[in-house]
Design a protein around this ligand. Structure first.
Ligand SMILES: [Zn+2]
Ligand SMILES: [Zn+2]
Length: 717
């Protein structure tokens, strides 16, 4: 029988290997098989195809063991793996084995049997729900008319759906009602709920557990993400695979969870780039979710306040070719259903979105960081006991340190990038390779003592705000409390949670941070959100930069005034040198559809996604020349492929170029873009081109090439 193994992608043994088995094993059975001196976990892929039976049994090795205590992986699961491997140009073995929990690879069949025999806690073990239960109380909450309409449309149609709901419009409540609906239809049905990053959405996890564990038992909701221990991941995976878990809550990896009774896939914050994998098979979990839904006949519900332009385009009216059904919830729920509903029914007040104020930095004192009007507005909040959030997308103190006498700059010796100055521990740190050194006392080139930070990161912003606000007092007479949240301040386990609880308790007056603070958190007392310097994304060479900026600013604005009493006073401030830029005009009106429309028109004219399809081949080598030579030679050789004329129709191959950061940790990086107006043409070409890429590797010009990989539908060009 053919068995899929986790062999290196693009290796000689990338396909399935054939083994003997004394008894016939159904496809999907997990087995342990010998490979060289090792014994590996494998999945039976094909048990009796004619080619297999033609092989000489004397030349085949037998499987070592079959994990028969585990039900075989289902037909749909195998079809999903096959599709993902083919679409993202990787081996099926790699994708299949990466989709299984790592611990499964190390268990013997005896260990596995022992694990499976552990009694699962049944729903009956939990105390029966009482009317005072949190869960019941929450369901008492009246839905808004918009929520009701969205749920009604969801129930009446097959989907896929794009739930386009403003921040605070109550999307989570809709997700939970739709989940409850489908779980109630059959006693085995399962739902998969995906979130971008689980630690950024603890509230969502809590709410799902609070509601569904009360009804289906404590084991009915399991999590699946990389922050779990191998043992926890195996436990969740087994619960999903055996059907005892009714809901799997997870990050992108969860799209491959084995769920035999899958009826619903929810993708929250569907626009989030973290749904795209950056290594191995560079899959998009959102796109695979849509595919999987169709494959398994499960409903798919994508949700966002700022959908990806791809999903937005797919949800245009069906008459214009749209494939998704758009559900709209434009209004904010004034008093969110997220509140613990101890008091029973909560009134729903339609809340207003924050007022957007643009500060024209051309008319502000030169070099000022926080403009006088913004500073005054923050001061007013402090006096009223309200909170402000100021964000800047650059951590550290300053992005570069520079000598005023000669031209020395704090470049990283291993990367084509500057090392960032961190004042807190007086280090220069490379954010790409991690290379860290103490800040030199004098310029390493000329000995000048006057080396100065250039530009500004969150550390410096925090310091400057502390100076600017030093004279102010809180209503209780104490000095202003500023807290910074970014990847540096939250490096240690538990640090983020501790900082967030400080914010929630009201101890913090001003929260400074990177985009990390703009996402997801439910800060109820913040009435002012400010973007200090968002301009760079307006003129980026990356065509998706405006989309990301708009999404970020809308998300950030959504943090302001989540509390009903504060909505009327909540404001979003944007400091910019381009106040009349259409992006900010649309932001001022909270008008995502207008912004999306203008972007889609531009993309259509330029032939960009979603009006074309792209793939990148990235190469890493000892020299930039070798990386580029490999890509260019492979591109030239594609003209000699079989059926080249047909395969190359509708394909544009661009010349290889260095990546935007050309060198990281002494490795040179180059990329080559492939574009096509047809997804099928692109897929056919890539499939045929793989062989050419492999062969190009051995050309003398490519000496020093380390690795290469194909990225289909890349998010960052
Ligand atoms: Zn110098
Ligand atoms: Zn570096």
């Amino acid at each position: 029988m053919a068995v899929l193994l986790h062999t290196p992608a693009y290796s000689q043994v990338a396909g399935a290997l054939t083994y003997l088995s004394a008894q016939p094993l159904p496809a999907g059975t997990l087995v342990r098989v010998p490979l060289g001196q090792r014994e590996l976990l494998g999945v039976v892929w094909d048990s009796a195809s004619p080619e297999l039976t033609a092989l000489d049994p004397a030349k085949l090795r037998p499987i070592a063991a079959a994990l028969l205590d585990l039900p075989p992986l289902g037909t749909h699961w195998r079809a999903l793996i096959t599709f993902a491997a083919a679409y993202y140009q990787r081996s099926a073995g790699e994708v299949a084995l990466a989709a299984l929990p790592p611990q499964l690879r190390d268990l013997t069949s005896v260990q596995l049997a022992r694990r499976l025999s552990r009694p699962a806690r049944r729903p009956a073990a939990t105390p029966p729900a009482t009317p005072r239960d949190l869960d019941v109380a929450i369901e008492d909450v009246a839905l808004t008319a918009e929520q009701q309409r969205a749920i009604g449309q969801f129930n009446a149609n097959p989907g896929p759906f794009l739930l386009f709901g403003a921040t605070g419009s109550g999307k989570t409540e809709v997700f939970m009602r739709c989940t409850a609906e489908l779980l109630a239809q059959s006693e085995h049905s399962q739902a998969l709920v995906m979130v971008p990053e689980i630690n950024l959405t603890p509230q969502l996890e809590e709410r799902f557990k609070a509601r569904f564990c009360a009804r289906y038992g404590i084991d009915a909701v399991v999590s699946m993400h990389s922050g779990m221990t191998p043992a926890q991941r195996l436990k969740s995976w087994l619960a999903a695979h055996q059907g005892s878990a009714r809901i799997v809550l997870g990050t992108r990896m969860a799209v491959f969870a084995s769920m035999p009774q899958l009826q619903l896939i929810v993708v929250d914050e569907e626009h989030d780039p973290s749904y795209k994998s950056h290594e191995g098979a560079r899959y998009s979990a959102r796109d695979l979710a849509v595919y999987r839904g169709r494959l398994e006949g499960a409903k798919v519900l994508l949700g966002s306040a700022t959908p990806s332009l791809e999903s937005w385009h797919h949800s245009r009216p069906a008459l214009e070719g749209g494939r998704y059904q758009r559900l709209e919830m434009p209004s904010r729920v004034g008093s969110s259903a997220a509140l613990p509903a101890a008091a029973g029914s909560l009134p729903m007040v339609a809340g207003a979105l924050p007022l957007v104020r643009r500060v024209d930095m051309n008319h502000q004192p030169k070099g000022c960081v926080i403009s006088p009007p913004l500073l005054a507005a923050i001061g007013e909040r402090i006096a009223r006991g309200e909170q402000s959030m100021v964000f800047l997308n650059r951590r550290g103190y300053a992005p570069v340190l520079s000598c005023n006498a000669c031209d020395w700059k704090s470049t990283c010796p291993h990367c084509s990038a500057y090392r960032v100055f961190h004042k807190i521990d007086r280090t220069l740190r490379c954010h790409h390779c991690g290379f860290t050194e103490r800040v030199p006392r004098a310029c390493p080139d000329c000995g000048n003592l006057d080396i100065a930070p250039v530009g500004r990161g969150t550390e410096r912003l925090e310091e400057q705000l502390a100076q600017l606000l030093a004279e102010l007092r809180r209503p209780d007479g104490r000095p202003v409390n500023i807290v910074r949240i970014d990847a540096d301040s939250t490096r240690f386990k538990g640090a983020l949670e501790a900082q967030l609880s400080q914010v929630h308790s009201g101890e913090v007056d001003v929260l400074v941070g990177t985009q990390m603070i703009a996402k997801g958190h439910d800060f109820r007392r913040i009435t002012l959100v400010a973007a200090v310097n968002p301009d760079s994304a307006l003129f980026s060479s990356d065509f998706r930069a405006p989309e990301r900026l708009f999404g970020l600013l809308m998300q950030a604005a959504g943090r302001a005034g989540r509390d009903a009493g504060n909505t009327s006073r909540s404001e979003m401030w944007v400091q910019t040198f381009h106040p009349t830029h259409p992006l900010f005009e649309a932001l001022k009106r909270h008008d995502f559809p207008a912004f999306a429309q203008s972007q889609l028109v531009e993309r259509e004219q330029a032939g960009m996604p979603p009006f074309s399809f792209q793939a990148l081949v990235r190469a890493e080598a000892r020299t930039q020349e070798a990386a580029q030579a490999f890509l260019n030679l492979a591109a030239q050789a594609s003209a000699h492929m079989m059926d080249a004329a047909q395969l190359l129709t509708h394909i544009t191959l661009y010349p290889a170029v260095p990546m935007s950061i050309a060198r990281i940790a002494n490795i040179e990086r180059a990329q080559l873009l492939i574009e096509s107006p047809s997804r099928t043409a692109l897929q056919r070409f890539l499939h045929a081109w793989q062989t050419v890429l492999h062969a190009s590797r051995s050309q003398p010009e490519c000496k020093g090439l380390l690795r290469w990989a194909i990225d289909v539908d890349p998010l960052i060009i």
